[in-house]
Design a protein around this ligand. Structure first.
Ligand code: NSP
Length: 222
């Protein structure tokens, strides 16, 4: 529920054009309307596998930051559950790649992916505060949740063979996990200094921009 302390919801409204660009990208709309080009889907699959592998140390770095900086112990439990889910996710990518005939070991990372992974790496630095890293974490997961959930809504014509992919991030449990990440982010932002607050907003914008570029790359438009 949106309240005075729901800073993230306020930012989503403020940056709604960019947020919609990231969560209602043509790549997603084409899955939803059934017109997706399977070569785009395979490109996404291969590139996202590389991204997800880089996401593991990113989450590990947030776990360390939470351990050092958070005064709420349940933060660790949630981040750890995200880490465990990534273990399943990596196994799923391997299985899915086999199904689609995508050779994961010979994938060359695209520039958009390299740039996004570098951005993750910059946030892994021990000097980057927990509040900033968790803002990025929440935004990264939420873009996928909102995007893939849209492909499962009533009226969608998502091809049968892509429904499992959409379920992976579009399911209700993943939605609740994103809400929990959002609650942590809001809690941290409520107490943040003006400087930290501004930095966190910039991080949200950067995540949304990287996500748009990632979809563009998957579609083959860049
Ligand atoms: C690019 C991207 N963004 C987000 C996610 C969701 N973990 C992902 N797998 N890939």
């Amino acid at each position: 529920m949106e309240g005075k302390s729901d800073i993230t919801a306020m930012w989503i409204k403020k940056h709604s054009l960019l947020y919609t660009g990231a969560t209602r990208h043509p790549f997603i709309l084409n899955i939803r309307d059934g017109s997706i080009d399977i070569s785009s889907f395979k490109r996404w699959l291969a590139q996202d596998y590389i991204f997800v592998r880089a996401f593991v140390p990113f989450i590990a770095s947030i776990l360390v930051k939470a351990w050092k900086e958070s005064d709420v112990s349940s933060d660790i439990d949630l981040i750890l559950s995200g880490m465990a889910a990534l273990n399943d996710e990596i196994a799923w990518f391997k299985k899915e790649a086999l199904k689609w005939g995508v050779a994961l070991n010979s994938v060359v990372p695209h520039k958009a992916n390299v740039d996004y992974c570098r951005f993750l790496e910059s946030l892994m630095n021990p000097d980057v505060e927990y509040t900033l890293a968790i803002t990025a974490f929440w935004a990264i997961e939420t873009v996928y949740q909102e995007s893939f959930a849209h492909c499962l809504e009533d009226g969608s014509k998502t091809p049968e063979e892509l429904k499992e992919t959409c379920q992976r991030w579009g399911n209700e449990g993943f939605g609740q996990y994103c809400s929990s990440l959002q609650n942590i982010t809001n809690r941290r932002l409520e107490k943040a200094s003006d400087d930290m607050f501004s930095k966190a907003e910039v991080i949200l914008i950067r995540v949304l921009e990287h996500e748009v570029e990632f979809w563009n790359m998957s579609r083959g438009t860049i």
